[in-house]
Ligand binder design. Sequence first.
Ligand code: ADP
Ligand code: MG
Length: 451
Amino acid sequence: MGIEIWPIIKLALRKTVGEAAFTNWINPLELTSINASKANFVTPTKFIGDWVDRNYGDSIKFEFAKQGLDIERLVFSVNMEPKIAPTKKSSIKPESKNTKTGSTDLPGASLDPRYTFDNFVVGKPNELAHAAARRVSEGGDVSFNPLFLHGGVGLGKTHLMHAIAWEIKKRDPNARVLYLSAEQFMYRFVQALRFKDTISFKEMFRSVDVLMVDDVQFIAGKSSTQEEFFHTFNALIDQNKQVIISGDRAPVDMEQLEDRIKSRLQWGLVVDVHPTDYELRLGILQSKQESQARYNSTVEVSPGVLEFMAQRISSNVRVLEGALTRLYAFGSLVGRPVTLEMAQESLSDILRATDRKVTIDEIIRKVTDHYGVNLTDMLSARRTRSIARPRQVAMYLSKKLTSKSLPEIGRRFGKRDHTTVIHAVKKIEELQSIDNQIAKDIEVLRRMLEG
Ligand code: ADP
Ligand code: MG
């Protein structure tokens, strides 16, 4: 066994590291040989090699191990003549000039042809985000600037951003639309620093008509990238150019993001893409089924199966899509209509993962992290507000998210009485309706625990 397993490993990594990281870091790697326990790669730049080694080294070794190969070291050497994939304009060439002829010279990420408004199913949880995205894509007066979309993983943020880009390009093929992930932004920036080429970096970013930066949480805490992002952002907003940003949470909740950036991000419109509800999930499944049916016309899905999936599979649309794809693959293999029993059987791992039970320990851990209190204090008898409040939040969440009884919950919190738990639950319920901060905290924590 040797380098021929690299495509398999890449496929697995694509799932574990995510699309953006895969495109930036894993895909450019070429496995050239394996000897003893060393895997040798060629990379376009040394930076990529270092970055991959530091951040994805363990995942790569792990995937090798799963294929039965014990790799201890990853060795990266730089390819002197980088191969550039024809679909991506990914190299930032120091000599690249901006010629103001459409966006062909922009080094953004490629847009997924499936991520259009036509393919986006609208429901209550995403209707605001969808409406805002539509408005922005119509051009005209720049009314929401920036547009900030936030929400959990797999809820359609990237899809909406691509849809905006497609729409703008359709209306004006010469529009300079640049879409990229915050990770790519950082990568470009670091490259520019490395090649002492920050001037053209700045020029290029400031020359666009529309800038979209996906998953901005990635640069939170990375100070010089943040700084550069902030300047780019300001320059564009000042020129009345549309900026669209996405993040996994609202700007105010991004702890590591500088305050001035947080506040600037809130100047425009901040919209939340909420977790899907049953109706939206069913709508999405039906729409995806129609497109599946075009390729897999032989597969028949029995009535009730989609409803069952919408009921039982979590709010993350990517998971939902994966489940449907699997069902179709399964159906075409067995050559029979996909029944409810078959669906249960073939999706059992996904169903189990969604059923995942939240434990009190997890709740305590997340709550102490969130409020920055320590565990000993949390379980102690101390009643200072700064400790008592997080403790009540944790008790409240334990009651809401687990099936543990009040006395059991009390016991887990430093042997407290069940009446203390009742009091905590009441108190937090009361506070949630009058105290915005508490309501937000609960939402964030709930999402983290359930997601
Ligand atoms: P996010 O960027 O929020 O993590 P994505 O935009 O990548 O999520 O969406 C994950 C997958 O789910 C994509 O394949 C996307 O097409 C699909 N998806 C999400 N929301 C919808 C929707 N409302 N209608 C159709 N497909 C959706
Ligand atoms: Mg995304």
